[in-house]
Ligand binder design. Structure first.
Ligand code: ARG
Length: 444
């Protein structure tokens, strides 16, 4: 029982929140005349001493004391004697743990937002630098149309902006304090729940005591936001892994975020990116774990809910590290722009531009233009040249309506410049979006 029951090995991380919650609670009890000012003062002194001890020496792990709440109270009793017993008036560990955990998750949300903002800032800086850098854009990982690297990076900016708003939403929704809900039904003592809510930085107290002690939505909101964020980071990491492979050679990863091989001297492995990709699976596993823990629980508290903490602590460590790794990878990677351009030129990426030109200049229906372009691609392949390496004679032999002006449309530069629709890849549009991104981030 001692072994299955103890949560102190993992919930001792909550000691700051636990002590802060207890100090707010006892101050409120004193103001309401439920404990004397003198006893409250003694208790508060003792709690401060415990905080100093834990800060200095760490939290002792006595499994007989089960959890962080009993550990603090036991130490308080050692320090101030039986008056310590007054602290738990009008409180249960059920509202206590709900409050502590909410405060911890609140901080984790704020940390995630700061971590996301570091990646966002790096993405914007590199997008600005590479607004005009041409690379192949892919569908099915097959060369599709040329795009600009800035545009590609800003795609991740959009994803991570949505992630930031999911964490911010979660923060807004969890901004209610469960303390004072007691075990499940509220309490007969005349509490001032607004006072403790305010002291602990919450907008208001929770409205329903049964919900308050058995709600872990705040943890799930955090975990689902972290899941989506980690899957975006994983996709970005995957791109870096592909781009850093020798056949692509689009990017040289920072030395600080790669490793060598113990046997093959030529290798630089994208370990950090691979771990970000791997961590996403674990974060999603953490979210799944807590959902499954919660799904069958009747109201109110059940001990299953003690299992809410390990997945949240694990996911928080993983998402924080993943964000830090990707901020560094985006900021410090070296892009081989010449190689990206050559790759864009190699894959007939401007075939759509030829088709578009036929529609616009020769008024040919798009489907027919698509067919003519297919013939040109086939011929270019046979000759081993890019589309703009075909002679005008060859092109005219395919369709006589083609003339010299077509070559203006067939370069990768012309291709990206032409895609100037709102949200498109043209360098001018990317520069506009970079400026907008800076504003959205409050950078200028
Ligand atoms: N260690 C417990 C947890 O983390 C604290 C709440 C215990 N409450 C109870 N009624 N046993 O959930």
């Amino acid at each position: 029982m001692r072994e299955i029951n103890a949560s102190i090995p993992f919930d001792k991380i909550l000691w700051r929140e636990d002590i802060e919650g207890s100090r707010a609670h006892v101050a409120m009890l004193a103001r309401q005349g439920i404990v004397s000012a003198e006893d409250a003062g003694t208790i508060d002194q003792g709690l401060q001493q415990i905080a100093a001890e834990y800060e200095r020496d760490g939290v002792p792990e006595d499994w007989d004391l089960e959890d962080i709440h009993m550990t603090v109270e036991a130490r308080l009793t050692e320090i101030v004697g039986p008056v310590a017993g007054r602290l738990h008036t009008a409180r249960s560990r059920n509202d206590q743990v709900a409050t502590d955990f909410r405060m911890w998750v609140r901080t984790a949300n704020r940390r995630a937002i700061a971590g996301i903002e570091a990646v966002l800032a790096a993405l914007v800086a590199r997008a600005e630098e590479h607004a005009g850098t041409i690379m192949p854009g892919f569908t099915h990982l097959q060369t599709a149309q040329p795009v600009t690297l800035g545009h590609h990076l800003l795609a991740y900016f959009e994803m991570l902006m949505r992630d930031r708003s999911r964490f911010a939403d979660a923060l807004a929704r969890m901004d209610e304090c469960p303390l004072g809900s007691a075990a499940l039904a509220g309490t007969g003592f005349d509490l001032d729940r607004d006072m403790t809510a305010e002291a602990l930085g919450f907008a208001q107290p929770t409205r329903n005591s049964l919900d308050a002690v058995s709600d872990r939505d705040f943890a799930l909101d955090y975990l689902t936001a972290a899941s989506q964020c980690s899957l975006h980071l994983s996709r970005l990491a995957e791109e870096f892994i592909i781009w850093a492979s020798q056949p692509f050679g689009f990017v040289k990863l920072p030395d600080t975020l790669s490793t060598g091989s113990s046997i093959m001297p030529q290798k630089r492995n994208p370990d950090a990116a691979e771990l970000v990709r791997g961590h996403a699976g674990r974060v999603i596993g953490c979210a799944t774990s807590l959902m499954i823990t919660m799904k069958g629980l009747p109201l109110a508290y059940s001990k299953d809910m003690q299992d809410d903490k390990p997945p949240v602590f694990e996911a928080a460590g993983l998402i924080d590290l993943s964000l830090a790794a990707m901020a560094g990878m985006v900021a410090d990677s070296g892009f081989d722009t010449a190689r990206m351009r050559r790759a864009a030129e190699a894959g007939h990426a401007t075939a759509t531009d030829l088709a578009d030109w036929l529609v616009r200049q020769a008024d040919i229906p798009f489907r027919e233009a698509h067919h003519i372009t297919g013939a040109a691609v086939k011929l270019a392949d046979e000759q081993g040249v890019a589309l703009d390496g075909l002679s005008i004679g060859d092109l005219k032999a395919i369709d006589e309506r083609i003339d010299e002006r077509v070559f203006d449309a067939l370069s990768v530069d012309a291709s990206v410049a032409a895609r100037a629709s709102y949200g498109g890849t043209a360098p001018q549009r990317v520069r506009q979006q970079v400026a907008a991104a800076k504003q959205r981030l409050g950078m200028e």
